[in-house]
Design a protein around this ligand. Structure first.
Ligand SMILES: *Cc1c(COP(=O)(O)O)cnc(C)c1O
Length: 474
C-alpha cells in the first residue's frame, strides 16, 4: 500500500472490521460481544507484531477472517469425539462404554420431555426413580431389590456408610485396592466413617482370619474384586460363598464389590469367564455393587443390589440423595438392561460386547482394506517417511475386567523411517490434532493403531485426509 514503516501505517478501526462480510457472519453465529472481543484480539496481535517490526497484515478482511478463525476454534467442544485405537476397549480416560442406539434414543426422549421420573402414573401419587429399572435388574441378577447411584465408587461409599458407620469393616489385605484416580479402599472407608479392619496377609487370607476379627463392633465384611491386578503364586483367599457363611454365622453382612460386574457370561463370546452378577448374588452376598459403564455397557452408574430390607435402609440414608442419578441416565440404563433380555442379539446391539467379540479374521480383513489407504496418506505422499504394516497385537478389556486377559487383535503399525523418538512424537501429535483425533499407543518405536474399536472406517479415512502436508511428519 505504502512504503511507510509498519508501525506508522494505520490499522483499520474495529468498527470498520466489524462491517466486513466475515465479521457479519461471525456476529450472526457467535454474537456481537464475542466477535468484538475476537476482532480486538486480532488487531492487538497485529499491532504487537508490527511493533516488533514483523511484516503484518493491515487488511480488514484478513483481520476479520482471523477473528472468525479464533471464534471457531474456541467454540469447538472440548469434549471431542476421538478414535479409540488404544486397544483398551473400556478406556476410562476415553469415556468407557459406548452406548447402544436404543440407550441413546431413550436418553434423548428423556431429555426432550417431562417424564414420570418419580410419579406413579397408575395412582397419580409420588413414585420412586429406581422403579424404572428395579424389576429389570432383579430379573437379570436374581437379586431381591436394587438401587442406582452415580457410579460404583458412590455405591461403595454409600453401602459402607449405611452399614459400618462407626463400626468395623473387615477386608483382606490382599484386596485393599487402588483404582485409577483417587479411589483407594482405605480412604473411601475413612470417608464413609467405617473402621478398616485388615485381615490376613497380602498373598494369603484364611477363614480363621475373618473369624478372629468378627465381634459386636463389626458392621460388615467386604469382599473386593481385585480389578487391576492379580496375586499369583503361594496364595489363598476365602470364596464369597464361604465368606457369606462366616458373616451370617456371626450376624454380620457380606458386601461384595464386584467392580466391573457383567450380566452376560463372557465365555459365550469367546472371552475368558468373568464372574457374573448373578453368580455373586447366588453365592450369598447380602449386597453386591458394580458399575454401569464397564462391561455392562451402559452409562456411568453404580448398582447396589441385594436384600430388600438392606436396600430400604440404603434409600433412607441422606447421602443417597447426593449420589443419585438423573432421568437421562436412568432412561439409558433401562434401555441398556432391556437388551440383555435377548441374549441372541446382545453382541450385535451392545457396542461393548460387539467390539470385544470382533474376530481376528474380521480385523485382518479391515486392516488389509485400510493399510493401502493409510500408506497413501501417510507414507507415499510424504516420500514414504512412515512405513505402514499389519501386525497381530493384543487388546484389553480395560476398566478392571479380567486384568490379565488379553484378546487377540490386529493393528496397523506406523513406523517412522527416521529412528528418533522425535519423529514418532510428531506423528502421534499430528494424529491427535486431527478434527477427530486418532489415539493409538506407542510401543517399540512405533505407533500402534489397534483396530478392535474402529467401526467407522470411512470417517477414519476422512479424518486422515485432514493431515496437512506441512504436518511435520517427514
Ligand atoms: C471400577 C471399580 C470401582 C469404581 O467404579 P466406578 O464405576 O468407576 O466408580 C470400584 N471398585 C472396583 C472393584 C472397581 O473395579
Amino acid at each position: 500500500m505504502d512504503d511507510a514503516p509498519a508501525s506508522r501505517r494505520k490499522l483499520p478501526s474495529v468498527d470498520h472490521i466489524l462491517k466486513t462480510e466475515a465479521a457479519v457472519a461471525a456476529i450472526s453465529r457467535y454474537g456481537r460481544p464475542a466477535t468484538v472481543t475476537a476482532v480486538r484480539a486480532a488487531v492487538g496481535e497485529v499491532r504487537a507484531a508490527a511493533r516488533m517490526g514483523a511484516h503484518a497484515t493491515f487488511d480488514e478482511t484478513l483481520l476479520a477472517t482471523a477473528a472468525l478463525a479464533r471464534l471457531e476454534a474456541s467454540s469447538r467442544s472440548r469434549l471431542r469425539p476421538v478414535f479409540n485405537l488404544t486397544g483398551t476397549v473400556l478406556h476410562t480416560n476415553l469415556g468407557r462404554a459406548l452406548l447402544a442406539e436404543e440407550a441413546m434414543e431413550a436418553a434423548l426422549k428423556a431429555m426432550r420431555s417431562a417424564v414420570a421420573l418419580e410419579y406413579d402414573l397408575e395412582t397419580g401419587k409420588r413414585g420412586d426413580r429406581d422403579d424404572h429399572v428395579r424389576d429389570l435388574i432383579c430379573e437379570l441378577t436374581g437379586a431381591e431389590d436394587a438401587t442406582i447411584v452415580n457410579n460404583n465408587a458412590a455405591a461403595v461409599l454409600l453401602v459402607l456408610n449405611s452399614f459400618s458407620l462407626g463400626k468395623d469393616a473387615i477386608v483382606s489385605r490382599g484386596e485393599l485396592i487402588e483404582i485409577g484416580g483417587a479411589f483407594r479402599m482405605p480412604e473411601i472407608m475413612a470417608r464413609a466413617g467405617a473402621r478398616l479392619v485388615e485381615v490376613g496377609a497380602t498373598n494369603r487370607t484364611h477363614p480363621k482370619d475373618y473369624l478372629a476379627a468378627l465381634n459386636a463392633e463389626t458392621g460388615l465384611i467386604l469382599k473386593v474384586h481385585t480389578s487391576n491386578y492379580r496375586i499369583e503364586g503361594f496364595t489363598a483367599e476365602v470364596s464369597p460363598r464361604d465368606l457369606a457363611t462366616i458373616a451370617h454365622q456371626r450376624g454380620a453382612l457380606l458386601f461384595h464389590d464386584l467392580g466391573s460386574g457383567t450380566l452376560a457370561d463372557l465365555a459365550c463370546y469367546g472371552l475368558a469367564h468373568e464372574p457374573t452378577v448373578r453368580e455373586a448374588v447366588a453365592q450369598g452376598a447380602d449386597i453386591v455393587s458394580f458399575s454401569g459403564d464397564k462391561l455392562l455397557g451402559g452409562p456411568q452408574a453404580g448398582f447396589i443390589i441385594g436384600r430388600r430390607e438392606l436396600i430400604a435402609a440404603i434409600n433412607k440414608n441422606p447421602l443417597k440423595r447426593a449420589l443419585r442419578v438423573d432421568k437421562i441416565r436412568l432412561a439409558a440404563l433401562e434401555a441398556t438392561l432391556k437388551l440383555y433380555r435377548n441374549p441372541d442379539r446382545l453382541a450385535e446391539r451392545l457396542p461393548t460386547l460387539r467390539l470385544l467379540a470382533r474376530s481376528v479374521p474380521e480385523l485382518e480383513a479391515q486392516a488389509a482394506r485400510l493399510a493401502p489407504a493409510l500408506s497413501q496418506r501417510l507414507g507415499e505422499r510424504r516420500g514414504a517417511a512412515i512405513a505402514v504394516e499389519i501386525v497381530p497385537c493384543k487388546s484389553q478389556i480395560g476398566s478392571g475386567a479380567l486384568p490379565m486377559e488379553t484378546i487377540a487383535s490386529v493393528a496397523l503399525v506406523l513406523r517412522p523411517r527416521e529412528k528418533s523418538g522425535r519423529a514418532l512424537d510428531r506423528l502421534a501429535n499430528a494424529l491427535r490434532a486431527l478434527p477427530m483425533p486418532v489415539i493409538g499407543r506407542i510401543s517399540d518405536g512405533a505407533l500402534l493403531l489397534d483396530l478392535r474399536c474402529l467401526e467407522d472406517e470411512a470417517g477414519f479415512l476422512e479424518s486422515l485426509d485432514a493431515l496437512e502436508p506441512s504436518d511435520a511428519l517427514a
